[in-house]
Write a protein that binds this ligand. Sequence first.
Ligand code: GUN
Ligand code: FE
Length: 610
Amino acid sequence: MIPFRDNIPSRSFPFITVSLITANVFVFFYELSLGSRSFERFIMHYGVVPTTVLAWPQSHIPFTAVALPFFTSMFLHGGWLHLIGNMWYLWIFGDNVEDRLGHFNYLLFYLLCGLGAGIVHTVLNSQTSVPSVGASGAIAGVLGAYVVSFPFARVLTLVPIFMFLQVIEIPAVLLLIFWFLMQFLYGTAALATTTANAGGVAWWAHVGGFVIGIILVGLFPGKDRARYGYSRYEKIVRITADDPRWEFPDAKFRDFNEKIILPGFVDTHVHLPQFAMMGVGEGELLTWLNTYTYPEEARFADPAYAEEISTTFFDELVANGTTTAAIYCSIHEPATDIAFIAARAKGVRAFIGKVMMDRNSPPGLMEDTERSIHDSVRLFEKWDNTDGGRLRYVFTPRFAASCSISLMHRVGQIARETGAFVQSHLAENVNEVRWIRDLFPDKPSYAGVYDDAGLLGARTIMAHCIHLSAEEINLLAKREVKIAFCPYSNQTLRSGTMPYRKLQDAGLMISLGTDIAGGPSLSMFEQMREAIRPTAMTPTEALYLATLAGARSLGISDHIGNFAAGKDADFIVVDVKPRRKAEEALSTLCLESDKKCVVEVYVRGNLMYF
Ligand code: GUN
Ligand code: FE
């Protein structure tokens, strides 16, 4: 197992970690330059030899000669593997502990852990005359501090699974156990070269260092805990006009001055695999799908491409101020897995589904019905309600034109039995509606097709809903279906204008979706602007659609959507021209803002973008 990186970025340049690594490497090169006899003497002199230490003070060795090795031994290594293994772990985990403690305290912490580990080793190996060297004791302390500071951290790791090497995310805790086991090997290899009675593995130095790290990190004042404490600072306590600092003396205080703080946006309709083709294409829906969209989605058969786009997608989503989204993936099960992993790493709330299409689709995207159901159910079982309930699975039959009746029936049945979410497209384009009428001549309407299959319910999100009859609107309202209004996409694909007031008057819950790449922007600011244009809704209403209405549509308004006490601290800081009145500020937000105005984004109290 080889770790690559963890999912917690450094907040400041980890210059102590870098300096420690540099020092260790320099000393190692110096060791290499020595002949084998002088190398042995060097190690005896600067390594910790328990018998020598314990013979003091009777042995008349000066105190400094006994004490010094406890520090110098931390910078010595017995071999390449020993050095590289240690430094690699320090590089991956040290930066975050350095962030948490502050640079100076981190250095002090590191040295104390190394010292403590050396003492533990000496006491428990009192008969050993083998010198002990290596940074592992101090690094064990760093790992101990890491585990208690970032208990939910995950590490991207190269793991051999049967005969294949796979890069997967594993809990940092698991990797740590592996590190302990590896120490046996490194330690043995390290000392076998210097002395005959090798096997002086500093096992207890590692355990000691680790425990000392856990204890010490709690004693040091935390520099920046508010940014990390997933459990302690993730909720909104309350919104107040008073200065709350006296009440929370150790909380970090930020003055955003005239900037505006808004709830994180909720995007209720977005296609992840269309991210790379945002702004590309022309023509109306069906031409656009065949010419541009399907070929791009077919590329998600390649997991490496899926990983690249998924990671960028979630970075960009958050950079735009969106902290919750209902997402369509491609038909590919591995790519959908990857999307879930990327969402979890980013910490956002995400409702994600593998698109299902078993007819009228190009060869590379046409699924077998059974396979489509099987893969979707597997993903549902694997991911629904994971990451503390923040990740949900959504069954995603693409639209009635690309799904057989039997597929839709099966999905309807599963949704009824499990209470799972469903999302699809409905009545977006006149040619599409005509096509549906041809494909399903015995069904009363487009919405009627879905209703027959049992796909309409309170946990169903239908996108677009432009060309609907009065009967269809009533049917959707009766079934409590949620509507994703995608005004920018409707404009770009020339699909028409959603009858916003009519749907609203029918009692339907409507929220906003970017529908990239039908829509050319991931920004919910731009969605609000495009929503106001054809409907003449107020900016306040547009903001509601982009936040709380989305939360209500997804059934999570007790967790997000506004700043009510106890909700997740998902919020964004926006820099727009200061206005005198709230209404003026709101219209500026809707009509004059975009991604560039988003200066900071917090997900559950953690700064995720700045
Ligand atoms: N209808 C079926 N698939 C799609 C899609 O990918 N985008 C949009 N806008 N409409 C669709
Ligand atoms: Fe769409």
